[in-house]
Ligand binder design. Structure first.
Ligand code: PGA
Length: 250
């Protein structure tokens, strides 16, 4: 399947950042996103801002959810509640949650299943850590994460995969373009083997994406967009990334 048929996605992950005073950045990003029609732009915001971006006309996502739809789980939010707040996507299995909260592939799969059950799209994150990268184990780690984290009902309409080498997140370090392309192409094959229309799933690269490196990353044939942390917080940093994806050969 050619890349042309896959959705190009610029997704921002604000993590635990953003107050009401930062909504002006959302407004500016939304305005720029409307001009770049080949790109699906999404901001995964803190839940506290959800109710405040209604007028911005931008797709909003959450960064995690509980596996259940409701119940006695103090402090948790369900995919159903995220859907009820008009969000469309949920990130699951981000490395910060896998590391800080010991989330397993099995839990990530259950969360992704809950996201699909609520009618939302799951952005499922996978990625090797530095030790695994240096030991040449990246592909084995990714294969296990993909096998363990994708729910059975996954397809190209309800799942996006984000490849985020843990050692590249927030560090300014990146794999080479050759490495990114080769890993994305391997992931595409893994998805093709596991999911009926798996080759049509958009695969985003994440980890230290910036306006200055976005164009070369987006020129790689198996990169369908990016999951962006730090550089998604300010419109002046995120808009050039959206523009680079819009300009990339489909
Ligand atoms: P970064 O984060 O762009 O700040 O490296 C990416 C992510 O964690 O999704």
């Amino acid at each position: 399947m050619s890349q042309r048929t896959r959705t190009k996605v610029a997704a921002g992950n604000w993590k635990m950042n953003g107050k009401v005073s930062d909504l002006k950045e959302v407004t500016k990003i939304a305005h720029a996103a409307r001009q770049r029609k080949t790109v699906f732009t999404l901001l995964c915001l803190p839940l506290t801002l959800f109710g405040r971006v209604g007028g911005a006309g931008l797709s909003v996502g959450a960064q995690d959810c509980h596996v259940s739809a409701s119940g006695a789980h103090t402090g948790e939010i369900s995919a159903e509640m995220i859907a009820d707040a008009s969000a469309t996507h949920v990130i699951v299995g981000h490395s910060e949650r896998r590391t800080d909260y010991l989330e397993s592939d099995c839990l990530v799969q259950q969360k992704a299943q809950a996201v699909l059950g609520a009618g939302l799209t799951a952005i499922i994150c996978v990625g090797e850590n530095r030790e695994q990268y240096e030991a040449g184990q990246a592909l084995a780690v990714l294969q296990a994460q993909i096998e363990g984290s994708l729910p059975e009902a996954a397809n190209s309409n309800n799942v996006i995969v984000a490849y985020e080498p843990v050692w590249a997140i927030g560090t300014g370090l990146l794999p080479t373009n050759e490495e990114i392309q080769s890993v994305h192409s391997e992931i595409r094959e893994m998805l093709g083997r596991q999911v009926v229309d798996g080759e049509g799933i958009s695969i985003l690269y994440g980890g230290s994406v910036k306006g200055s490196n976005a164009a070369e990353i987006f020129s790689l044939p198996d990169v369908d967009g990016a999951l962006v942390g730090g550089a998604s917080l300010k419109a002046n940093d995120f808009i050039p990334i959206i523009e680079a994806l819009d300009a990339a050969e489909a």
